[in-house]
Design a protein around this ligand. Structure first.
Ligand code: SF4
Length: 389
């Protein structure tokens, strides 16, 4: 009723999806594929007292113990997002059109644009979020490669986010009525499933993520915290503009929990000015200025609805300030120790392009990995308009 209509992200319509996931796991016909977001493993590390380097394998082991047939790492889709989004961004820089480009990986932010700032829609990247890129890739590339019929493939994302439940249910992400992501579990719901199954830490066998999306980069893992998308995109943009990646990969200016951060990078004669905003209250003034035609001096603006980014998402157990900082440090340390720290060097992403998508922003990539946005029209308003006609 009123409560659902008042929910800013519409997520209250879609709470509690555990039952559907358990049913799919008990259906011998179904292949249940799970993918887990980087921010979730930062909470798992804290919850089980793990070191950052052990968090990924332990999370994969938990997913197998819960009953997933295949376990993939969302950070893979974050790398894919960077290739698509940075290619789009550099095209806009070359043409000077639709700048600044806003990131589109946070459905809370996308909803705000569609509802309150529809004039900014052309500035949003057309990239789907990593969740929807992963779902579309599994339902197309993985299904084709394995021969699993779509009606037997059930995809579940495990995320820190309530808004992603609403996002997965958007009709544009269910081509021909088949959803790219069938169910969305929050970190809290996933931890509850572990409790319901009475899985004890000693029952968990750390595991690898599955092929063909097993390898991820440090850049992809950084997506879980505010500034991570911008940092990963800059690492690729500098390489594309100069022919070589930056000498120092860390972009310290965009890290940390401040609501507004900025960085300027000059590469190959091009200067890129980046703003990183987390917490929707921090974007309001800037969004109004851009809507009103002011040149705000930025080329790329990352916006995350939750303060500090997905590590502070509403789908996690409620953290203390200390815990948010620790969650961020887990991701930073995973990146620092990662054998590959550039999305554009992820061997499994490069193979996916070679085998399937062709190239970033190719027609097939546009078809499956990009989307469109529309100004929000409340159902009640639609009914009134229809009645008047
Ligand atoms: Fe979801 Fe918050 Fe992350 Fe946005 S910042 S994707 S709302 S968890």
């Amino acid at each position: 009723g009123q409560c659902v209509r008042a929910c800013p992200c519409g997520a209250l319509d879609y709470v509690r999806e555990r039952g559907g996931v358990f049913s799919a796991m008990h259906d011998p016909e179904k292949v249940v594929v799970g993918f887990v977001a980087p921010a979730v493993r930062s909470v798992i590390a804290d919850y089980y007292g793990l070191t950052p380097d052990a968090a990924g394998a332990y999370t994969a082991g938990l997913m197998r113990a819960v009953g997933f047939d295949k376990v993939f790492d969302f950070a893979f889709a974050a790398d894919l997002t960077i290739l698509e989004e940075t290619t789009e961004f550099l095209d806009r820089v070359a043409s000077g059109e639709r700048l600044p480009q806003f990131t589109s990986c946070c459905p809370g932010w996308v909803n705000l644009v569609e509802r309150r700032f529809p004039e900014l829609i052309p500035h949003l990247s057309s990239c789907k979020s990593p969740q929807q890129m992963m779902g579309a890739t599994v339902k197309n590339h993985f299904a084709q490669r394995t021969g699993i019929p779509l009606e037997k493939l059930y995809t579940v994302s495990i995320v820190p986010c309530l808004a992603k439940k609403y996002e997965a249910a958007r009709p544009e992400f269910a081509p021909d009525g088949v959803r790219d992501v069938d169910a969305v579990l929050t970190t809290t719901e996933f931890l509850e499933m572990i409790e319901m199954l009475h899985l004890r830490p000693e029952d968990i066998v750390p595991a690898e993520f599955d092929e063909p999306y097993a390898r991820v980069t440090g850049a992809g893992v950084l997506f879980g915290a505010s500034g991570g998308v911008a940092e990963a995109a800059l690492r690729m943009a500098v390489e594309k503009l100069t022919g070589a990646p930056p000498v120092d990969l860390d972009v310290h200016e965009v890290r940390g929990l401040a609501g507004v951060k900025e960085a300027t990078v000059t590469a190959g004669g091009t200067t890129v000015r980046v703003a990183v905003i987390s917490g929707l209250n921090n974007v309001d003034a800037l969004a109004r200025r851009i809507r009103d035609g002011e040149d705000v001096g930025y080329d790329l603006i990352e916006v995350m609805a939750c303060p500090g980014g997905c590590i502070n998402g509403a789908g996690h157990p409620v953290p203390q300030d200390r815990e948010v900082r620790e969650r961020q440090q887990v991701l930073v340390q995973i990146d620092r120790a990662a054998p590959v720290r550039l999305s554009q060097e992820n061997p499994d992403v490069l193979r996916l392009y070679e085998d399937f998508y062709g190239a970033p922003n190719s027609p097939l990539a546009h078809d499956l990995l990009h989307t469109t946005y529309a100004p929000f029209r409340p159902a009640a308003q639609d009914a009134t308009v229809a009645g008047a006609l």
